[in-house]
Design a protein around this ligand. Structure first.
Ligand code: FES
Length: 153
């Protein structure tokens, strides 16, 4: 096995967040899953439709920008792309499933929402702690890798 990034041109990779939390029954620790005002002051769903999937074909970035065992938040496209294992790229909506804040960090193998401190697994988007407010996984975002680019599928 190799840890080095390999050109994906010869082996297109299409993955999407599995969305399979396997954690049914988790309780919200701070309020409901109803959307709240975003940290930027706008109401979710208002104006530019935060969290809406970008059009198919939208270039998100380069595979080299997605660290192995971590990921990158493409806030302008409301999308998170992770690389949980070598050359496996996974896409998620960047909008937290608790109250619709945009996630803001990826660290320690987790996608983090700092509004109320929910954390999601980088491989499947599932909530990682039973005591966190978000009780369901991040929504999947279908992506495709073509050459060294990651695009919306
Ligand atoms: S909006 Fe509450 S944890 Fe993300």
């Amino acid at each position: 096995m190799s840890d080095a990034l390999q050109p994906a041109a010869t082996r297109r990779t299409l993955l999407a967040g599995a969305g399979m939390a396997g954690a049914a029954g988790l309780l919200a620790a701070c309020g409901t899953d109803e959307p709240a005002a975003t940290p930027t002051g706008g109401a979710p769903g208002g104006g530019s439709s935060p969290g809406a999937a970008p059009p198919s074909g939208t270039v998100l970035g380069k595979t080299a920008d997605i660290p192995l065992g971590s990921g990158k938040i493409f806030a302008e496209h409301s999308t998170v792309v992770t690389q949980p294992s070598a050359n496996v790229f996974v896409g998620f909506s960047s909008i937290c499933t608790h109250q619709s804040c945009p996630v803001s960090q990826i660290a320690d193998g987790k996608i983090k929402c700092t509004c109320h401190f929910s954390e999601f697994n980088i491989a499947d988007g599932a909530p990682v702690r039973p005591d966190q407010p978000a009780g369901r996984p991040l929504d999947e975002r279908r992506i495709v890798v073509e050459g060294d680019e990651v695009r919306v599928a």
